[in-house]
Structure formats: structure tokens, C-alpha cells
Design a protein around this ligand. Structure first.
Ligand SMILES: Cc1cc2nc3c(=O)[nH]c(=O)nc-3n(C[C@H](O)[C@H](O)[C@H](O)COP(=O)(O)OP(=O)(O)OC[C@H]3O[C@@H](n4cnc5c(N)ncnc54)[C@H](O)[C@@H]3O)c2cc1C
Length: 445
């Protein structure tokens, strides 16, 4: 078989045959549907109300239900509809800001603690998958960070040294001359491998987590947007949805990049930044063996990075912050076109590969790109995963279950001040400016 896929008449975009391409996330399209939870009864008094049925909300629901709490999850759409069903399915270590930046900002001890929280988060995912028997292709196939410019390899070398010196963590630096064993692309200048990271089918994972939470006794309400919240005193609140009103003793807001008006304090601290993904047609195992032979979770060193991986059914998933725009079908399509070009720049052998899926989602960026969790005005929250939430949102669900049970020290991010994003009043008008800034930095960096 040649390295270049044969030209395919049904290839996508600009030829009127786009209908073959789906604008829904591949992960949700290829996961079991799960029961319809949009007709559940909503009313009365509940112990814990969780807003949002993503990884944070569902993991918290599962862990709280295991403790015997009366848990109800309210989801505006359906299970996993938010970022949790739209991401790259990469469960990797490392904060959004990187370990060396964390040392500069917070000092060695705090940076180590934050990094270790990510290592623990990966273990949480692995244990949940095993304990609950979630069939989601979880595998620690490793993370590969690719130097987008020659000078970036030096940065990766320094990161390797910092991880070894401060955490005893073993990673492997791959010079450009040996990169062929890791990736079928000539675009990069070396890489750094962390072999303990992993990937999963995140649609199957989030659906499996919902099933596990329901088995443990939690009730999940779909098509149940929380439209109003009224504080009744302490941590007690009244939550109004179009399907009914409940009084809850405790409320966990797990809405991440989709946080809206009812939770204004949180909304103005999170910038919902669009990230976009395309997925090719099935390429076959042989082609994938040439693209990413070791099935690493790959990403590049740019500020506006690309990330890519092979799916369990041998497609290439390729994502990035193609444009600084909100997700919508039109926006997703434009972003998909930009991503396709980036994908074929990196992998010219895919010039004729059909694109089967294209979608976008909102990454919940905090001002400092760190996770923030705690309690404000009697409401508990955890958000700000800044593109690194597959493992951390799942982990924070578990930790917030402890927090709500009276152990605030379970929150690894408790010492971080959570600042408002200047000028953020609701709609994120500032995103194109932020995009221009990061593009410029990539150009000069
Ligand atoms: C395109 C993309 C790629 C990504 N890739 C990766 C990756 O490879 N690895 C990684 O670690 N992280 C990645 N992330 C980040 C990761 O997906 C998120 O950090 C994580 O899923 C957040 O989970 P969550 O449960 O907190 O929020 P979400 O999954 O976003 O869930 C929030 C839910 O709240 C609901 N909601 C909002 N308001 C209300 C309301 N008022 N009432 C009821 N429900 C409401 C929404 O409908 C939504 O379903 C990516 C994100 C995106 C968008």
C-alpha cells in the first residue's frame, strides 16, 4: 500500500458532497446511546444538585452517590454534550501552563504539588475505568510533544531535566534524526515522550460514567437547564428549570466553558475559547502504523497548538484552536477547513483522505490557565481546566465529592486566587484579540 491514500471522489468541502461529513462529535456518534433521561421527574428537596453532566459533574455524582448522598444532576442538553464529549480524548499529565512555568510562578514545592495532582488524576481515570468496567479503550500509550521550531527542542530538553530533577519522572527526548520511529511527518524538530500518559474513547467514557453514577443511585436529568438560582441560606439553594423546581442542600456548578448567566460570578472568570477537531475516514491499521506507530497522544509546542491521535477504529483525529471563535456549525466548518490544511501540511500523505467528522467545543480558560475550585456565595464549583480536563475534570469530580462532604483540603487548587477576566461581562468579545496575540507570539517565538 502506498503512503498516500488514493484520491476519493467523495472527498469533503467545496464540492457539494459535504453531506457525507458529520458536524457531530465522533466520540458521541460512536458511543452507545444510553437511556433517554429527558422525562425524569423534577421537584421537591434534594441533597446535592449538580449542574452539568460532563466529566466533572458525573464523576462528582458517582463519588457522592457512593457515599450515600441523594444526588441529582441537571444537564441542559444530554450526557457529555459539552466539552466532555467533544475533546481529543487525551488523558495526559501536565498543567496547561507547563511545569517550568509553574515553577517560575509558584515555586518548586507548589509546582510539584500541582503536577502530582495531574499524575493522580490519570490514576483516578484508570481506576474508575477498571472499577466500573467502562469499556472505553483506555491505554497508556504515551504523550508525544513535538517541537514546532528547532529552538523549541531546547525547551523540551529543559522540561525533561526539570521533571527528572524535581519529580524523578522519566521522559524520553527524541532528536529530529530519530523522530521517524514516532511519527510519519517531516514537519517537526524532535519531541519529548511521557510514556505514562494515555488516551481513551471519551464518548464511551462519559456515557459509562453516567451509567456508573446512575447505578450508584444518582438521578440524571437531561434537557433540564438550570435557568435561575436563589440562595435560601448557607449552601441551600432553589434551582429553577423549565421541567420543575428543586431545593438543594448543596449545589455543585460543573458547567466549565458553558457557564452562563445564573452563575455570573463563575461566568466572568472563565473565557469560553473555541477548539475544533476533524476526524478522517477509517485509514486502516497499516496507514496508522506509519502516521503514529506507537499510538501516542501528540501535540505541538506552539501557543496555538495542534493535537492529534489515532482513534480506536484507525482514523486520524486532528484538532486545534483553528480560529478564535465560538463554536457554531458555520464556525466549525471554517475551522475544519483550516485544520484540514494544517493536517495535510503535517501529513501530505493524507491529501485525499476524506473527512468524516468536524466539530467544535468550548475550552474553559481561566485567566491564569489554572484549575479553580472552591465555594462562592454558598455554591461549590470546579472549572478552568484550560484544555486539560479529561483527567482533571474526572479527578476534580472525585475531590469535590470529598469537599462537599466536609473536606475542603481535598481540593488541590485551594490556594489559588481566582481572578475575574478584565472586561469579561458575558459574551467573550475579546477572543479575536487574544487569537491575534497568540498568533503573533507563535510567529516570533
Ligand atoms: C475541542 C476540545 C478538545 C479538548 N481536548 C482535550 C484533551 O484531549 N485532553 C484534555 O485533557 N482536555 C481536553 N479538552 C478539555 C476537556 O474536554 C474539558 O476540560 C472537560 O471536558 C470539562 O469537563 P466538565 O464536565 O467540567 O465540563 P463540560 O463537559 O463542558 O460540561 C458542562 C456541561 O454543563 C452543561 N450546562 C451548562 N450550563 C448549564 C445550566 N445552566 N443548566 C444545566 N446544564 C448546564 C452543558 O450543557 C455541559 O454539558 C478539550 C476541550 C475541547 C472543547
Amino acid at each position: 500500500m502506498s503512503d498516500t491514500l488514493p484520491a476519493d471522489d467523495s472527498s469533503t468541502w467545496s464540492d457539494g458532497r459535504r453531506s457525507a461529513m458529520k458536524f457531530t462529535p465522533y466520540w458521541l456518534d460512536t458511543a452507545p446511546k444510553g437511556p433517554d433521561r429527558s422525562g425524569t421527574e423534577i421537584g421537591g428537596r434534594v441533597g446535592v444538585a449538580i449542574v452539568g453532566a460532563g466529566l466533572t459533574g458525573l464523576s462528582a455524582a458517582l463519588h457522592l452517590a457512593r457515599k450515600g448522598a441523594d444526588v441529582h444532576v441537571f444537564e441542559r442538553e444530554t450526557v457529555g454534550w459539552g466539552a466532555s464529549g467533544r475533546n481529543g480524548g487525551m488523558a495526559t499529565t501536565g498543567m496547561a501552563i507547563g511545569f517550568r512555568d509553574a515553577i517560575d510562578r509558584y515555586g518548586v514545592d507548589a509546582a510539584k504539588a500541582y503536577y502530582l495532582a495531574y499524575i493522580e488524576a490519570l490514576d483516578t481515570v484508570e481506576k474508575l475505568v477498571a472499577d466500573e468496567g467502562i469499556d472505553c479503550h483506555f491505554a497508556r500509550s504515551g504523550k508525544l510533544v513535538l517541537a514546532a521550531k528547532p529552538a523549541h527542542l531546547d525547551g523540551l530538553r529543559k522540561t525533561q531535566a526539570a521533571l527528572a530533577d524535581h519529580l524523578g519522572r522519566e521522559t524520553h527526548l527524541v532528536p529530529k534524526s530519530e523522530l521517524g520511529a514516532e511519527i510519519g511527518s517531516g514537519s517537526y524538530h524532535g519531541g519529548l515522550i511521557d510514556p505514562r500518559c494515555g488516551g481513551l474513547h471519551v464518548g464511551k467514557f462519559v456515557k459509562g460514567l453516567a451509567e456508573a453514577a446512575a447505578r450508584a443511585g444518582a438521578t440524571i436529568h437531561e434537557k433540564a437547564p438550570v435557568e435561575q438560582v436563589k440562595r435560601l441560606g448557607g449552601t441551600k439553594h432553589e434551582l429553577v428549570t423549565p421541567r420543575g423546581t428543586v431545593q438543594a442542600d448543596q449545589v455543585l456548578v460543573a458547567t466549565s466553558g458553558y457557564t452562563g448567566r445564573p452563575f455570573r460570578w463563575l461566568q466572568v472568570r472563565i473565557a469560553p475559547v473555541g477548539s475544533f477537531i476533524i476526524v478522517t475516514e477509517p485509514l486502516g491499521e497499516e496507514v496508522c502504523d506509519r502516521l503514529l506507530p506507537n499510538r501516542r497522544m501528540a501535540s505541538t509546542t506552539k501557543n496555538l497548538l495542534h493535537y492529534f491521535r489515532i482513534t480506536p477504529d484507525h482514523r486520524l483525529l486532528f484538532g486545534g484552536r483553528a480560529r478564535f471563535a465560538m463554536s457554531s456549525p458555520q464556525s466549525d466548518e471554517k475551522s475544519g477547513q483550516i485544520l484540514r490544511k494544517a493536517m495535510t501540511d503535517a501529513f501530505p500523505q493524507l491529501a485525499h483522505a476524506r473527512i468524516d467528522y468536524c466539530w467544535g467545543g468550548l475550552v474553559d480558560m481561566s485567566m491564569d490557565r489554572m484549575v479553580h475550585a472552591g465555594r462562592q456565595d454558598g455554591l461549590y464549583y470546579s472549572a478552568g481546566y484550560s484544555g486539560h480536563g479529561v483527567q482533571m475534570a474526572t479527578h476534580m469530580g472525585k475531590q469535590m465529592a470529598e469537599y462537599l462532604d466536609g473536606r475542603p483540603e481535598a481540593n488541590p487548587w485551594r490556594d489559588l486566587a481566582f481572578t475575574r477576566i478584565p472586561g469579561h461581562f458575558g459574551p467573550p468579545w475579546f477572543l479575536p484579540f487574544a487569537g491575534a496575540y497568540y498568533k503573533f507570539r507563535d510567529l516570533i517565538g
